[in-house]
Design a protein around this ligand. Structure first.
Ligand code: HEC
Length: 109
């Protein structure tokens, strides 16, 4: 095998890792589940307080596009009075956020 081929293989391997989003589930558990719950149902103390929508419900999932979800995760969310309900997450790359959006879509039952 030539060096050239090895480089191409390496590029594929790292792209596969990114696309797989190995960290999305971890990010969800660490940063999202305290409000949304591990299954996205929002059956948590915080979720109840914020009367959070059930992300496992197809109707909820239909209410936002991937772009809107991305923006919510990147910039946070405020209610009508401007109060922050979901904080913008620090330290997530755009790729992490894209992976989280994909993860959120898997919560739909
Ligand atoms: C402090 C509580 C809290 C945390 C932590 C939180 N959220 Fe949310 N999230 C909310 C609230 C409140 C809403 C908006 C109310 C609703 O529709 O349920 C929301 C809405 C959403 C939506 C719907 C987006 C839209 O545009 O309607 C998505 C997707 C979402 N959150 C994903 C996440 C992800 C991914 C994380 C972790 C990175 C996260 N949330 C962390 C409280 C939280």
């Amino acid at each position: 095998m030539t060096t050239h081929h090895r480089l191409i293989l390496l590029a594929f391997a790292s792209a596969a890792i990114t696309a797989y989003g190995a960290d999305a589930a971890t990010n969800w558990t660490d940063s999202c589940a305290k409000c949304h719950g591990p299954d996205g149902k929002g059956d948590t103390k915080m979720g109840k307080k914020l009367s959070i929508a059930d992300l496992s419900d197809a109707k909820t999932q239909a209410k936002f596009t991937d772009e809107e979800a991305f923006k919510s995760i990147k910039s946070g969310r405020t209610d009508e009075s401007g109060k922050t309900t979901m904080k913008a997450l620090e330290g997530l790359s755009d790729a992490d956020i894209t992976a989280l959006v994909a993860y959120v879509r898997t919560l739909k039952k």
